[in-house]
Ligand binder design. Structure first.
Ligand SMILES: [Zn+2]
Ligand SMILES: [Zn+2]
Length: 72
C-alpha cells in the first residue's frame, strides 16, 4: 500500500471514522459492539487468538457479547 499518507486534499467527514479502543487510532472501519466498544481490523487480527475462537464471531472484552465477523 503506497497511499498510507495522503498529502493535501485530505477529506475528513465527521462521523465516518471510529476510534479503536485497543490502539486509540481512528479508522474508517472498526468492528463495533452494541455496547460501544470498537476495535480496528489490525487489533482484531493481533488479538484474534483471544477474541475469536472460530473465525465467525469475535468476543467483546467489555460486555462479553459475541459479535459476528464478515458481512453484516
Ligand atoms: Zn486498533
Ligand atoms: Zn461489547
Amino acid at each position: 500500500m503506497e497511499d498510507r499518507k495522503e498529502k493535501g486534499g485530505r477529506r475528513r467527514k465527521k462521523g465516518e471514522t471510529a476510534r479503536c479502543h485497543c490502539c486509540g487510532g481512528e479508522f474508517p472501519f472498526c468492528w463495533t459492539c452494541r455496547c460501544g466498544f470498537a476495535i480496528c481490523q489490525d487489533c482484531l487480527e493481533e488479538n484474534f487468538w483471544g477474541m475469536s475462537c472460530n473465525g465467525i464471531t469475535w468476543y467483546c472484552p467489555d460486555c462479553e457479547r459475541t459479535n459476528g465477523l464478515g458481512n453484516q
